[in-house]
Design a protein around this ligand. Structure first.
Ligand code: HEC
Ligand code: HEC
Length: 220
């Protein structure tokens, strides 16, 4: 019954998403992504306690790209160690539903069951986060200023450690952070559909994104 109502909501949303101006298209993309996620969640099996050991076993198929112990040495590929449990789970759900697009991740996420996602979330959250490289250059002060102006700590935490569905940024790879910010800016990444990041990057220029990525990457 619930799934019938949901699919009716989805088709009504899709009908309202006929070609329109840019703003309307963006709202539609967000709406459709949200509908897809809610549908996925409703379809999931009831929650069981997560098993980090099972997550560790499963993570062997992730190390080729995300590195041993969740510390990535691959360009444009994020470290997963120390990410909040919920954040990892949501991103896997977004990849699985197609709300977040990536050629490498979508097929992998499609092969995961709800329990696998819970176990992987718990496992990566249990790992020590990456050690941040130290840097002292004028760009650091400029990055700090931008971060304060745009209230990054308000959602990402005082030390950029992340919280619930909000990502840890501290110590993340700089090239990946820059890619993520650019993808939010171009609309390539919609993700949560709450549009929080799209609103954040709206007024930022490419150079600002580079400064912010640099600043977050060196936070301990
Ligand atoms: C072939 C390489 C590859 C493999 C194997 C792989 N990933 Fe990924 N993963 C990526 C790339 C590349 C991204 C970044 C996508 C983007 O730029 O949006 C990513 C992103 C992610 C993210 C989002 C993290 C963030 O900070 O936004 C999660 C979570 C994730 N992967 C989990 C996994 C898990 C769990 C496995 C194993 C079951 C896995 N990945 C296997 C390449 C891979
Ligand atoms: C209103 C809350 C909010 C604010 C303010 C905010 N963020 Fe975010 N941010 C989020 C959420 C929520 C996510 C996860 C998005 C998703 O699920 O797709 C995120 C994701 C990100 C990511 C992707 C991380 C990853 O591992 O994939 C980056 C990078 C990021 N934010 C940087 C920033 C920076 C830099 C600022 C300040 C200029 C900022 N955020 C301000 C809520 C916020």
């Amino acid at each position: 019954m619930l799934s019938l109502q949901l699919s009716q909501t989805a088709s009504r949303a899709a009908m309202r998403c006929l070609p329109g101006d840019g703003q309307k298209r963006r709202q539609c993309a967000i709406l459709l992504a949200t509908v897809a996620i809610v549908t996925t969640l409703v379809a999931s099996t009831p929650a069981r306690a997560a098993d980090p050991a099972a997550g560790k076993a499963l993570s062997e198929s992730c190390t080729g790209c995300h590195g041993g112990d969740g510390i990535s040495e691959t360009p444009k590929t994020p470290s997963l160690a120390g990410q909040p449990d919920e954040f990892t789970q949501w991103q896997l759900i977004y990849f699985r539903s197609g709300a977040r697009k990536d050629q490498a991740m979508q097929p992998i996420a499609e092969s995961l069951e709800a329990n696998d996602i819970r176990n992987l979330g718990a496992y990566f959250a249990s790992l020590p986060p990456p050690a941040a490289p130290s840097a002292q250059d004028p760009r650091v002060d400029a990055g700090a200023k931008l971060a304060a102006e745009h209230r990054c700590p308000f959602c990402h935490g005082e030390h950029y450690e992340g919280n619930k569905a909000v990502a840890r940024l501290a110590g993340q790879r700089e090239d990946y952070l820059y890619k993520a910010l650019s993808d939010f800016k171009s609309g390539a990444r919609v993700g949560s559909g709450v549009a929080s990041m799209a609103d954040v990057v709206y007024s930022l220029q490419d150079d600002d994104l580079k400064l912010l990525a640099h600043y977050m990457a060196i936070q301990p």
